[in-house]
Design a protein around this ligand. Structure first.
Ligand SMILES: NC(=O)c1ccc[n+]([C@@H]2O[C@H](COP(=O)([O-])OP(=O)(O)OC[C@H]3O[C@@H](n4cnc5c(N)ncnc54)[C@H](OP(=O)(O)O)[C@@H]3O)[C@@H](O)[C@H]2O)c1
Length: 278
Protein backbone atom coordinates (compact mmCIF):
# COMPACT_ATOMS: atom_id res chain seq x y z
CA UNK A 1 0.00 0.00 0.00
CA UNK A 2 1.49 3.35 -1.01
CA UNK A 3 0.67 6.21 1.32
CA UNK A 4 0.49 9.56 -0.47
CA UNK A 5 3.02 12.17 0.54
CA UNK A 6 2.66 15.91 1.04
CA UNK A 7 5.49 18.32 0.29
CA UNK A 8 6.27 20.68 3.16
CA UNK A 9 7.59 24.24 2.81
CA UNK A 10 11.04 22.81 3.64
CA UNK A 11 10.98 20.78 0.41
CA UNK A 12 10.85 17.49 2.36
CA UNK A 13 7.88 15.17 2.01
CA UNK A 14 5.74 13.67 4.76
CA UNK A 15 3.58 10.54 4.48
CA UNK A 16 0.01 11.83 4.80
CA UNK A 17 -1.02 8.91 7.03
CA UNK A 18 0.98 8.01 10.12
CA UNK A 19 0.75 6.45 13.56
CA UNK A 20 0.37 8.52 16.76
CA UNK A 21 1.56 7.33 20.17
CA UNK A 22 -0.07 9.71 22.66
CA UNK A 23 -1.09 7.69 25.76
CA UNK A 24 0.85 4.65 24.61
CA UNK A 25 2.60 3.67 27.87
CA UNK A 26 6.40 3.64 27.84
CA UNK A 27 6.54 -0.13 28.30
CA UNK A 28 4.12 -0.76 25.42
CA UNK A 29 5.54 1.73 22.92
CA UNK A 30 8.16 -0.56 21.39
CA UNK A 31 5.56 -3.27 20.73
CA UNK A 32 2.97 -0.84 19.39
CA UNK A 33 5.40 0.92 17.05
CA UNK A 34 6.92 -2.40 15.92
CA UNK A 35 3.42 -3.61 15.01
CA UNK A 36 2.62 -0.33 13.27
CA UNK A 37 5.82 -0.62 11.20
CA UNK A 38 4.85 -4.23 10.33
CA UNK A 39 1.45 -3.02 9.17
CA UNK A 40 3.20 -0.51 6.90
CA UNK A 41 3.17 2.81 8.74
CA UNK A 42 6.36 4.78 8.14
CA UNK A 43 5.41 8.05 9.86
CA UNK A 44 5.41 8.07 13.68
CA UNK A 45 4.23 11.00 15.80
CA UNK A 46 5.60 11.16 19.35
CA UNK A 47 6.54 13.92 21.82
CA UNK A 48 8.89 14.37 24.77
CA UNK A 49 5.89 14.61 27.10
CA UNK A 50 4.52 11.23 25.94
CA UNK A 51 7.53 9.69 27.71
CA UNK A 52 7.74 6.92 25.15
CA UNK A 53 10.50 8.15 22.84
CA UNK A 54 12.82 5.31 23.98
CA UNK A 55 10.23 2.72 23.00
CA UNK A 56 9.72 4.40 19.63
CA UNK A 57 13.49 4.43 19.11
CA UNK A 58 13.84 0.77 20.09
CA UNK A 59 11.19 -0.23 17.56
CA UNK A 60 12.88 1.83 14.84
CA UNK A 61 16.27 0.25 15.58
CA UNK A 62 14.87 -3.28 15.61
CA UNK A 63 12.88 -2.79 12.42
CA UNK A 64 15.93 -2.48 10.20
CA UNK A 65 13.92 -0.08 8.01
CA UNK A 66 16.27 2.39 6.27
CA UNK A 67 16.19 5.79 7.97
CA UNK A 68 15.21 7.53 4.74
CA UNK A 69 12.01 5.49 4.58
CA UNK A 70 10.86 6.73 7.99
CA UNK A 71 9.35 10.05 9.02
CA UNK A 72 9.71 10.71 12.75
CA UNK A 73 8.14 13.66 14.56
CA UNK A 74 8.73 14.69 18.15
CA UNK A 75 7.81 17.81 20.13
CA UNK A 76 9.33 20.31 22.51
CA UNK A 77 7.45 20.34 25.82
CA UNK A 78 6.14 23.60 27.26
CA UNK A 79 8.59 23.87 30.16
CA UNK A 80 11.60 23.95 27.80
CA UNK A 81 10.64 26.94 25.63
CA UNK A 82 12.79 29.65 27.20
CA UNK A 83 16.44 30.59 26.76
CA UNK A 84 18.59 27.89 25.15
CA UNK A 85 16.54 25.04 26.63
CA UNK A 86 15.13 23.86 23.27
CA UNK A 87 18.68 22.93 22.23
CA UNK A 88 19.02 20.66 25.28
CA UNK A 89 15.54 19.25 24.74
CA UNK A 90 16.10 18.19 21.12
CA UNK A 91 19.39 16.50 22.01
CA UNK A 92 17.65 14.56 24.80
CA UNK A 93 14.86 13.52 22.43
CA UNK A 94 17.36 12.42 19.77
CA UNK A 95 19.27 10.39 22.38
CA UNK A 96 16.08 8.65 23.47
CA UNK A 97 15.01 8.01 19.89
CA UNK A 98 18.51 6.83 18.93
CA UNK A 99 18.48 9.15 15.92
CA UNK A 100 20.83 11.79 14.51
CA UNK A 101 17.92 13.92 13.37
CA UNK A 102 14.15 13.94 13.39
CA UNK A 103 12.10 14.70 10.33
CA UNK A 104 9.88 17.18 12.11
CA UNK A 105 10.23 19.01 15.43
CA UNK A 106 7.27 20.92 16.84
CA UNK A 107 6.67 23.42 19.62
CA UNK A 108 3.92 21.55 21.48
CA UNK A 109 1.72 24.43 22.77
CA UNK A 110 2.00 28.22 22.61
CA UNK A 111 1.23 28.59 26.37
CA UNK A 112 0.61 32.30 25.67
CA UNK A 113 0.76 33.53 29.28
CA UNK A 114 4.41 32.45 29.49
CA UNK A 115 5.08 34.33 26.26
CA UNK A 116 8.04 32.11 25.36
CA UNK A 117 6.66 30.55 22.19
CA UNK A 118 8.43 33.03 19.88
CA UNK A 119 11.75 32.28 21.62
CA UNK A 120 11.02 28.57 21.18
CA UNK A 121 10.41 29.15 17.48
CA UNK A 122 13.71 31.03 17.03
CA UNK A 123 15.48 28.07 18.67
CA UNK A 124 13.67 25.59 16.41
CA UNK A 125 14.97 27.57 13.44
CA UNK A 126 18.51 27.14 14.82
CA UNK A 127 17.84 23.43 15.42
CA UNK A 128 16.75 23.05 11.79
CA UNK A 129 19.81 24.97 10.59
CA UNK A 130 22.04 22.70 12.69
CA UNK A 131 20.57 19.68 10.87
CA UNK A 132 18.88 18.17 13.93
CA UNK A 133 15.41 18.39 12.38
CA UNK A 134 14.74 18.43 8.67
CA UNK A 135 11.53 20.43 9.04
CA UNK A 136 10.09 22.46 11.91
CA UNK A 137 6.58 23.36 12.86
CA UNK A 138 4.21 24.06 15.69
CA UNK A 139 1.24 22.54 17.43
CA UNK A 140 -1.89 24.07 18.92
CA UNK A 141 -1.02 27.51 17.56
CA UNK A 142 -3.89 29.83 16.62
CA UNK A 143 -3.68 32.43 13.83
CA UNK A 144 -2.72 35.12 16.37
CA UNK A 145 0.29 33.02 17.47
CA UNK A 146 1.24 32.13 13.90
CA UNK A 147 1.10 35.80 12.88
CA UNK A 148 3.55 36.67 15.67
CA UNK A 149 5.97 33.91 14.68
CA UNK A 150 6.07 35.15 11.10
CA UNK A 151 6.21 38.83 12.07
CA UNK A 152 9.15 38.23 14.41
CA UNK A 153 11.15 35.63 12.46
CA UNK A 154 9.89 35.66 8.87
CA UNK A 155 9.72 31.85 8.96
CA UNK A 156 6.42 30.06 8.35
CA UNK A 157 6.03 26.74 10.22
CA UNK A 158 5.95 23.68 7.96
CA UNK A 159 2.88 22.38 9.84
CA UNK A 160 0.51 23.25 12.65
CA UNK A 161 -0.69 20.13 14.47
CA UNK A 162 -4.12 20.99 15.89
CA UNK A 163 -7.15 19.27 17.37
CA UNK A 164 -9.23 18.51 14.29
CA UNK A 165 -12.11 16.09 13.75
CA UNK A 166 -15.62 16.41 12.33
CA UNK A 167 -17.06 18.23 15.37
CA UNK A 168 -14.13 20.68 15.60
CA UNK A 169 -12.61 21.73 12.30
CA UNK A 170 -10.69 24.94 13.11
CA UNK A 171 -11.39 26.50 9.71
CA UNK A 172 -9.54 29.70 10.67
CA UNK A 173 -6.27 27.79 11.16
CA UNK A 174 -6.83 25.88 7.89
CA UNK A 175 -7.38 29.18 6.06
CA UNK A 176 -4.17 30.61 7.56
CA UNK A 177 -2.25 27.54 6.44
CA UNK A 178 -3.70 27.61 2.92
CA UNK A 179 -2.73 31.27 2.61
CA UNK A 180 0.83 30.88 3.90
CA UNK A 181 1.81 27.41 2.64
CA UNK A 182 1.66 25.72 6.06
CA UNK A 183 0.21 22.19 6.18
CA UNK A 184 -2.29 21.02 8.78
CA UNK A 185 -1.95 17.89 10.92
CA UNK A 186 -5.03 16.62 12.80
CA UNK A 187 -4.65 15.46 16.35
CA UNK A 188 -7.49 13.54 17.90
CA UNK A 189 -8.63 12.74 14.34
CA UNK A 190 -11.17 10.21 15.64
CA UNK A 191 -12.31 12.62 18.36
CA UNK A 192 -10.23 10.59 20.83
CA UNK A 193 -13.33 8.41 21.31
CA UNK A 194 -14.84 11.22 23.40
CA UNK A 195 -18.10 11.65 21.44
CA UNK A 196 -20.23 9.20 19.45
CA UNK A 197 -18.63 10.04 16.11
CA UNK A 198 -18.86 6.49 14.80
CA UNK A 199 -22.65 6.43 15.34
CA UNK A 200 -23.26 9.73 13.60
CA UNK A 201 -25.66 9.23 10.64
CA UNK A 202 -23.44 11.12 8.15
CA UNK A 203 -20.42 9.01 9.11
CA UNK A 204 -22.39 5.74 9.13
CA UNK A 205 -23.95 6.54 5.74
CA UNK A 206 -20.54 7.25 4.18
CA UNK A 207 -19.08 4.09 5.70
CA UNK A 208 -21.96 1.89 4.56
CA UNK A 209 -21.87 3.33 1.04
CA UNK A 210 -18.27 2.13 0.65
CA UNK A 211 -18.40 -1.03 2.76
CA UNK A 212 -15.88 0.35 5.27
CA UNK A 213 -15.93 1.09 8.99
CA UNK A 214 -16.90 4.50 10.40
CA UNK A 215 -13.28 5.02 11.54
CA UNK A 216 -12.06 4.38 7.98
CA UNK A 217 -14.61 6.86 6.60
CA UNK A 218 -13.44 9.53 9.05
CA UNK A 219 -9.74 8.94 8.27
CA UNK A 220 -10.60 9.16 4.58
CA UNK A 221 -12.38 12.49 5.24
CA UNK A 222 -9.14 13.89 6.72
CA UNK A 223 -7.06 12.58 3.82
CA UNK A 224 -9.36 13.94 1.11
CA UNK A 225 -9.24 17.37 2.76
CA UNK A 226 -5.44 17.34 2.31
CA UNK A 227 -4.78 17.02 6.03
CA UNK A 228 -1.99 14.90 7.55
CA UNK A 229 -3.39 12.37 10.01
CA UNK A 230 -1.99 9.76 12.45
CA UNK A 231 -4.67 7.88 14.41
CA UNK A 232 -3.51 6.06 17.52
CA UNK A 233 -4.35 2.49 18.48
CA UNK A 234 -2.59 -0.10 20.56
CA UNK A 235 -4.66 -2.86 18.91
CA UNK A 236 -3.05 -4.32 15.83
CA UNK A 237 -6.36 -5.04 14.10
CA UNK A 238 -7.23 -1.35 14.38
CA UNK A 239 -3.78 -0.35 13.11
CA UNK A 240 -4.56 -2.47 10.05
CA UNK A 241 -8.07 -1.01 9.73
CA UNK A 242 -6.85 2.59 10.03
CA UNK A 243 -4.16 1.99 7.40
CA UNK A 244 -6.56 0.35 4.92
CA UNK A 245 -8.07 3.58 3.62
CA UNK A 246 -6.79 3.87 0.07
CA UNK A 247 -9.22 1.55 -1.72
CA UNK A 248 -12.22 3.90 -1.75
CA UNK A 249 -13.04 7.57 -2.15
CA UNK A 250 -15.74 9.58 -0.42
CA UNK A 251 -17.99 11.59 -2.72
CA UNK A 252 -18.21 15.37 -2.50
CA UNK A 253 -21.65 14.98 -0.94
CA UNK A 254 -20.34 12.58 1.73
CA UNK A 255 -17.52 14.98 2.55
CA UNK A 256 -19.97 17.89 2.75
CA UNK A 257 -22.24 15.91 5.10
CA UNK A 258 -19.28 15.29 7.46
CA UNK A 259 -18.15 18.91 7.09
CA UNK A 260 -21.57 19.93 8.40
CA UNK A 261 -21.01 18.12 11.73
CA UNK A 262 -19.07 21.01 13.26
CA UNK A 263 -21.46 23.08 15.40
CA UNK A 264 -19.12 26.04 14.65
CA UNK A 265 -19.43 27.42 18.19
CA UNK A 266 -16.41 25.53 19.52
CA UNK A 267 -18.56 23.13 21.55
CA UNK A 268 -17.23 20.12 19.61
CA UNK A 269 -13.73 20.55 21.07
CA UNK A 270 -12.60 17.51 23.14
CA UNK A 271 -9.17 18.77 24.28
CA UNK A 272 -7.80 21.86 25.99
CA UNK A 273 -8.12 25.24 24.29
CA UNK A 274 -4.67 26.68 23.43
CA UNK A 275 -5.47 29.99 25.16
CA UNK A 276 -6.31 28.13 28.37
CA UNK A 277 -3.23 25.91 28.49
CA UNK A 278 -0.41 27.70 30.26
N1 LIG B 1 -0.13 18.01 19.58
C1 LIG B 1 -0.98 17.68 20.52
O1 LIG B 1 -1.27 18.46 21.44
C2 LIG B 1 -1.63 16.33 20.46
C3 LIG B 1 -2.68 16.02 21.34
C4 LIG B 1 -3.26 14.75 21.25
C5 LIG B 1 -2.80 13.86 20.28
N2 LIG B 1 -1.75 14.18 19.46
C6 LIG B 1 -1.23 13.23 18.43
O2 LIG B 1 -2.32 12.81 17.61
C7 LIG B 1 -2.38 11.37 17.63
C8 LIG B 1 -3.80 10.90 17.44
O3 LIG B 1 -4.68 11.50 18.39
P1 LIG B 1 -5.22 10.74 19.69
O4 LIG B 1 -4.41 9.54 19.93
O5 LIG B 1 -5.31 11.72 20.77
O6 LIG B 1 -6.72 10.39 19.32
P2 LIG B 1 -7.45 9.54 18.15
O7 LIG B 1 -6.44 8.96 17.22
O8 LIG B 1 -8.53 10.44 17.63
O9 LIG B 1 -8.20 8.42 18.96
C9 LIG B 1 -7.53 7.39 19.60
C10 LIG B 1 -8.62 6.56 20.30
O10 LIG B 1 -9.45 5.96 19.33
C11 LIG B 1 -9.39 4.53 19.47
N3 LIG B 1 -9.36 3.97 18.10
C12 LIG B 1 -8.32 3.98 17.25
N4 LIG B 1 -8.66 3.40 16.09
C13 LIG B 1 -9.94 3.00 16.21
C14 LIG B 1 -10.84 2.32 15.35
N5 LIG B 1 -10.49 1.96 14.11
N6 LIG B 1 -12.10 2.08 15.79
C15 LIG B 1 -12.47 2.46 17.03
N7 LIG B 1 -11.66 3.10 17.91
C16 LIG B 1 -10.40 3.37 17.50
C17 LIG B 1 -8.15 4.24 20.28
O11 LIG B 1 -8.34 3.11 21.12
P3 LIG B 1 -7.34 1.81 21.12
O12 LIG B 1 -5.93 2.30 21.30
O13 LIG B 1 -7.84 1.01 22.26
O14 LIG B 1 -7.56 1.16 19.80
C18 LIG B 1 -8.05 5.49 21.16
O15 LIG B 1 -8.89 5.37 22.29
C19 LIG B 1 -1.80 11.05 19.02
O16 LIG B 1 -1.49 9.70 19.20
C20 LIG B 1 -0.61 11.98 19.05
O17 LIG B 1 0.43 11.48 18.26
C21 LIG B 1 -1.17 15.41 19.55
Amino acid sequence: MTVPTITLNSGFTIPQLGFGVFLVPADEAEKAVSEALEVGYRHIDTAAIYKNEEGVGAAIAKSGIPRDELFITTKLWNDRQSGEQPHDAIRESLDKLGLDFVDLYLTHWPTPEKNTFVNAWTKLIEIRDAGLSRSIGVSNHLPEHLDRLVAETGIVPAVDQIELHPAYQQRDVLAWGADKGMKIESWGPLGQGKYPLFENPAVVAAAEAHGVTPAQAVIRWHLQKGIIVFPKSTRKERMVENFDVFGFELTDAEIAAIDALDPLDGSGRVGTHPLEFN
